[in-house]
Design a protein around this ligand. Sequence first.
Ligand code: SAM
Length: 261
Amino acid sequence: MNGRLTVVGLGPGRSDWCTPAVTSRLAEATDLVGYEPYLAMVDLAHQARRHPSDNRVEADRARHALDLADAGGDVVIVSSGDPGVFAMASAVLEQLDQQPGRWRNVQIDIQPGITAAQAVASRVGAPLGHDFCVLSLSDVLKPWSVIAQRLDAVAAADLVIALYNPRSSQRPHQFADAIAIVARHRLPSTPVIVGRHVGRDAEHVVVTDLAHLDPDTVDMSTIVVIGSSTTRVLDRPHGSSVYTPRSYAAALPTEQTRVAR
Ligand SMILES: C[S@@+](CC[C@H](N)C(=O)[O-])C[C@H]1O[C@@H](n2cnc3c(N)ncnc32)[C@H](O)[C@@H]1O
């Protein structure tokens, strides 16, 4: 009998940011597979077998989960945030792609979660309110030259940029290099949001700008959102809000064209 493999996103940390659909899949699971700190976030009333693994072993973890499901388990593999954003959903599908005959009968289901960029954005307002992109600065699975070229392209395209995996202890200098690339296309006053451990006890969110962004406030538990040319900081009595307007100046009808229409 073949089982089911559900790939779920737990959200960024808070249990009430985890969807009911994910919670019910977790409640049905016979086996839980995942990076150890993410598995520790799962609190279950029943006894599921837990299969914790180390970071950076996504392919092994995916194969292990598929084998457990192939043996009949109702297996849940957990990611933080959304499982389709720099996480396990791709790792599982990559394994299925590489070995088309194997795990043929395993039912695959992917349940979404709130990704970290959405969580950080919600804490300060609506910086992702207009066109934006997400980019991982990790060069573990892609070369730095590709990252640098993409940063240059999206900065030139005036997209709001949400940076995942922004600064690790193995490559601390690359974050400053990344910001220097963006700064070629953006004003020093461009709003920047640094959100660390969002939705967790240690949450810390700072609104700054490109000129004053301190790399030492950024690590692998952080998302950095860099505004576009239209992103604004709105000062209000109870604090400031950051937003990117939905209307784009160049697209708005001028008085003349409005009359002509
Ligand atoms: C491998 S990616 C996983 C992303 C995850 N699947 C998601 O959708 O949020 C890990 C990166 O996500 C970001 N991240 C995840 N959770 C976060 C949180 N609670 N607060 C801030 N950043 C977070 C950090 O940039 C971290 O280095």
